[in-house]
Design a protein around this ligand. Sequence first.
Ligand code: ADP
Ligand code: AMP
Length: 216
Amino acid sequence: MRLILLGPPGAGKGTQASGIINKYDIPHISTGDIFRKNIKEGTDLGKKAKEYMDKGLLVPDELVVDLVADRLTEDDTKKGFLLDGFPRTVAQANALDDELNKLGWSLDNVINIIVSKDDLIERAVGRRICKDCGATYHIKFNPSTIPGKCDVCDGELYQRDDDTKETVAKRIEVYENQTSPLIEYYDDKNILLNIDGAQDIDKVFNDVVVALRSNN
Ligand code: ADP
Ligand code: AMP
């Protein structure tokens, strides 16, 4: 299965990704996670990306496209992949099409998670992430058993630097201007699956599985 998760910041892409990659046994490729790993490791790419991420802006296409193209040539993608947070611009989508053509692959589906703007801000601001294993929680909607500790690995939970109310609002604006045109882009290719993301996490996952089953 070759899939993309599309949706505004805080829609629940990362949360749904963990269930999807388990069920379909495919690797999770999150460009946001790759940038955060680079920031943590202090690489040049991390330093460059951080300047944009802290402002809620997109990292320039030229820093993202090659990174994903390289990642797609790794062995584990032969069984498929789930792209999360990529593509985010029409230029990135075109570059992905070119790359997939080169590899002789095509996309199966684009899962578009729909959530209202007010919910997005509440979700993103309350998001907490495990610094060791990356598991995602929410202080109200999906809390860990012990506050501040990861249920999976006991790691410490932290709040992303870009999950402040102001930066989230900027990221949503950037999504509307630069990323939302991809809804039409993939709808025109007849591979878009619209999912109501304003439901419980399990219900959203169930809808994703049902939609994938009836389209493949
Ligand atoms: P994205 O990857 O799209 O930015 P996340 O998966 O990280 O979004 O989810 C953002 C926040 O919202 C997290 O704190 C997560 O626990 C919470 N969340 C995800 N899905 C739901 C849902 N269906 N209902 C309530 N909260 C959710
Ligand atoms: P995410 O983890 O998907 O919410 O992404 C966090 C931030 O990383 C975004 O606000 C962007 O600054 C940057 N980013 C992640 N993926 C991309 C992408 N495909 N193109 C440009 N910037 C990206």
